[in-house]
Ligand binder design. Structure first.
Ligand code: SF4
Length: 233
């Protein structure tokens, strides 16, 4: 693994001026904690920066800082873990222009590639080999108004929609959104999970069963294994 280069402020980077570099918060291997790939060994490339501020965000450490490195180095470090899955996440990875070629190159390497995105950026330019896991921010996040609804039109069977719910009001919002946009017919899976420490998992399960909601309930496996506040696992 090559040594990290200097730390930079993300705000100082011009948008399209650095296509060959990325600002990376961390690259590490673990098991996938969410999605239909849960439990599968995965290398994570976490890019720095996010333009949202979800009330319950658990990766605020990735908002700033990071290490600027050539994209080729990020690819090499992720592939070196030799995991079947590679996920590009953040922060919001699509804020960086180098994220799209990064996804291309990881897919070219023959890995199953996941992208975790807030749903605020346009996902239409993402390599079609990539499994896009797209958040739809419920009102309890404080960022519901930032949803890019046009992304829904681009969802396909390879993609997954993720709804993180803080309370009953969020649940009812999600139930309506799923029905209105037929999300379960557009995407390969619709994932619902409770905000850790805010909504009881038992309550969400009961509501899903009562409404026969066409979703997949999930908990964040990495928090079960390593605890709520552990990072880089
Ligand atoms: S989009 Fe993700 S990284 Fe950004 S504030 Fe929300 S939860 Fe945190």
């Amino acid at each position: 693994m090559s040594a990290p280069t200097k730390h930079v402020r993300l705000e100082s980077l011009g948008p399209a001026r650095v296509p060959e570099t990325l600002v990376v918060h961390e690259i590490y291997a673990s098991v996938q904690g969410e999605s239909t790939f849960v439990g599968v060994p995965c290398a994570f490339v976490r890019l720095t920066g996010c333009n949202l501020r979800c009330t319950w965000c658990d990766t605020t450490q990735a908002f700033k800082g990071g290490t600027r490195m050539p994209r080729s180095e990020a690819v090499a470090r992720a592939l070196a873990f030799d995991t079947p899955l590679v996920e590009v996440t953040g922060g919001e990875p699509l804020l960086q222009p180098g994220a799209l070629p990064l996804l291309n190159e990881l897919a070219d390497a023959g890995r199953t590639v996941l992208l975790e995105t807030s749903g605020e950026r346009d996902i239409s330019g993402v390599d079609p080999r990539v499994h896009r896991i797209v958040d739809l921010k419920a009102p309890g996040s404080g960022e519901s108004h930032r949803i890019r609804w046009s992304n829904v039109e681009h969802l396909g069977p390879r993609d997954e929609v993720k709804l993180v719910l803080a309370d009953r009001a969020d649940y009812e919002w999600a139930r309506d959104v799923i029905a209105r946009h037929r999300l379960h017919e557009r995407a390969g899976a619709v994932l619902v999970s409770p905000v850790f420490g805010s909504l009881a998992a038992q309550d969400l399960v009961a509501w899903v069963l009562a409404d026969k909601l066409p979703v997949r309930f999930q908990l964040q496996l990495h928090k079960v294994v390593w605890g709520e506040h552990t990072q880089g696992v």
